[in-house]
Structures are given as C-alpha cells and as structure tokens.
Write a protein that binds this ligand. Structure first.
Ligand SMILES: [Cu+2]
Length: 376
C-alpha cells in the first residue's frame, strides 16, 4: 500500500470522526487536561518504587501478589496497538481486528489500590488508524481517552491512580468511532486488588490459586448477497459495511477470547479439584450472563467491584455491557465443565462458551449415577 493511499485513508477516517458525537467533548477535555498535566508536578511520584510488568496473553494473567507488599508503586505497562486480520470461527470467517498487544481481548493488568498505573500506548507506523485508551478504573479526561489519542507512528504515556478496587474494562474510544473499535476487539480489563487482597462479607481472606481472564466479544461481520461472510483488506475497508451490521444490533459472532473455540478442547482452562479459581469476565459492549455448568459462583462480584460484599452460591450472574465481573469458585468434582453465556443461543449458536478441564477424584456423595441410563 502506498504512503499516499494510507494518508488518504487516514484523512477519510479522520473526516468521519469529525461527525462523531464525542468530538467536541474530546477537544474540550483535551485542552483542560493538558493544562492539568502542566500544573501538577510529579514530585511525590518520583519517590515511589517502579515496577515494570510484562503482560501476557489472555486467558492468562501476569504474575502478581494478591496482598500488596509495601506501599503504593508506579506500575508500568506497555500496550502496542496492532491492526490485524483474525479468524473468528472454524469456517475461516475473518475480522479485520484492532487489538491491544495483538489479542482479543487485550491483556489483563493487575495492580493494587492506590498504585499508579503508567501505560505506554504505542500506535506503530504500520497501523492505519487513530486510537486511544479509556480506562473505566481511571478518573478524569474520558478515562484517559482524551490524553492518549495516538496516530500511526505516535505513542503516549498515561498515568492514573487506581483509587477504586475491582475489575474494570478498558477500551479504545477514538473520536467518532468508539463502537467500531470496541467491537473490532479493542478492549480488555484491569484488576485493582484491595491492598489486603480479596475478602468475603465477613472480611475473611479469599485467596485464589489461579486466575483466568475471559473477554467476551461480539463481532458484526458483513455478508455478501449470497449470505457468505465478506473479507476485507483492512479495517478501514471493512468500516462502512461493518457499521451497517452493527446498527442492526445483531452480532454474527459472540465469542470468548477472540474466536469460537478459543477456550475449548485443547485450549480448555485447566484446574484441579480443591483449586480456588478466580474467573474475570469482561464484556465491553453487550450484556452477558456467565454460568458454569455443573458448578457455581461461590463468591461473585457480578459488577466486579470489590468494595461490595460478594454474592454467595450463584448459579448465573449478570454482567452489564461495559463491565467486568469476577467469580471465585473452588472446584469440587473432576470432569469437563462448560462455562457459558447462559443466553444459550449466544453460547451454542454464536460461540460464547469455554471449557474447564478439571482433574481429581470424583465425590460420590455430591453426585452418583444410582442407575445408569438403560431400557426398562
Ligand atoms: Cu482503536
């Protein structure tokens, strides 16, 4: 692709952005925010310890301590935006995705309350579009969106204080194009742990052995006149047709971790009987209702905020669009569990399902086949 063509595409998309609902807001907030940045010298910040974290691809989560050690830190993360083609099902259906660090969802970050999150957002020259990042865990300037608008070839560094505990969505929110970027894969989650770690309603410590991050994603893939999914050369090429499908509010795919089957079969999540597992589940755009078939949510923060006591023994929990939730479960039986969005059409027909493969000994007391299925 020639430089000239790239510039044309960027200009076209920038032009479309001008019509966007958020454009005047972004402009105004940017000006205020720049002033605020200039006024506040980072004198206290300079004395804080710094930790640089290497992010890992979901469903895995980077190493972290559950209880904070020492005082607040500045925790450094780097997110590189990658516009890339991904395949979202076993039929070869393609999406020209937009991603943080190459995965859908983007990587999960973990910090503790009162830590400072310092994110370097890189938009490489090889991309075609403008991007930014809005953290639902951050306060001010459109969640950081107004301070991080980066064109291809640019980068920005945002720092915010993690004042509120919980699991929170982050997503791209460029002027005029927010839902397109979010439904093209540009979203992820951050977990802000209480400094003493998670606790139940009585304040008893809840320590997990494993944490998995499930990011649910709705895709809107255009079809041709024969009903076949269309393919495009770039996200920009797919824009007009994709917007039409988005406006029907009818996703063609609803998947966990970027594709149908991304967390099933060989890619199933692993656990053992007796293991305490925290499942963080985000949906940046649509409501969802996770359910573990054959298990429960022992402790559930459906809307993900740890200052609220967790609900006990949940069968299905509701996560509103634009929210991350967390469920804590100790597996009690071995086997393969399906973890689904319990709109079962979305799970079985559109893809919103994962598997847990759990090893260990069967407990006959909890369940037994008194008589196996047989003729009478
Ligand atoms: Cu973006």
């Amino acid at each position: 692709m020639s430089d000239q063509f790239q510039m044309t595409r960027r200009s076209m998309l920038a032009g479309a952005a001008i019509a966007g609902a958020l454009t005047p807001l972004v402009g105004a907030v940017s000006a205020q925010a720049e002033e605020a940045v200039a006024k506040i010298a980072p004198v206290d910040i300079a004395s804080l310890p710094r930790v640089k974290v290497d992010l890992v691809k979901p469903p895995f989560v980077h190493a972290h301590t559950q209880k904070a050690e020492g005082g607040p830190k500045v925790v450094e993360f780097t997110l590189t935006i990658e516009e890339k083609k991904i395949v979202v099902d076993d039929q070869g259906t393609e999406v020209q995705a937009m991603t943080f660090n190459g995965s859908v969802p983007g990587p999960m970050m973990v910090v503790h309350q009162d830590d400072y999150v310092e994110v370097t957002l890189i938009n490489p020259e090889t991309n075609q579009l403008q991007h930014n990042i809005d953290f639902h865990s951050a306060t001010g300037a459109l969640g950081g969106g107004a301070l991080t608008v980066v064109n291809p070839g640019e980068s920005a560094v945002l720092r915010f204080k993690a004042t509120k505990t919980g699991v929170f969505v982050y997503h791209c929110a460029p002027p005029g194009m927010v839902p397109w970027h979010v439904t093209s894969g540009m979203n992820g989650a951050i977990m802000v742990l209480p400094r003493e770690g998670l606790t139940d309603r009585q304040g008893k410590s809840l320590t997990y052995d494993k944490v998995y991050y499930v990011g649910e994603q709705d895709f809107y893939v255009p079809r041709d006149t024969q009903g076949n999914y269309k393919k495009y050369e770039s996200a920009g090429d797919a824009y007009a047709d994709t917007l039409e499908v988005m406006r029907t509010l009818t996703p063609t795919h609803i998947v966990f971790n970027g594709a149908v089957g991304a967390l099933t079969g060989d890619n199933a999540l692993k656990a053992a009987v007796g293991e305490k597992v925290l499942i963080v589940h985000s949906q940046a755009n649509r409501d969802t209702r996770p359910h573990l078939i054959g298990g429960h949510g022992d402790y559930v923060w459906a809307t993900g905020k740890f200052r609220n006591p967790p609900d006990r023994d949940q069968e299905t929990w509701f996560i509103p669009g634009g929210t991350a939730g967390a469920a804590f479960y100790t597996f009690e039986q071995p086997g393969i569990y399906a973890y689904v969005n319990h709109n079962l059409i979305e799970a079985f027909e559109l893809g919103a399902a994962a598997h847990f493969t759990v090893t260990g000994d069967w407990n006959d007391d909890l369940m037994t086949a008194v008589r196996a299925p047989s003729g009478t």
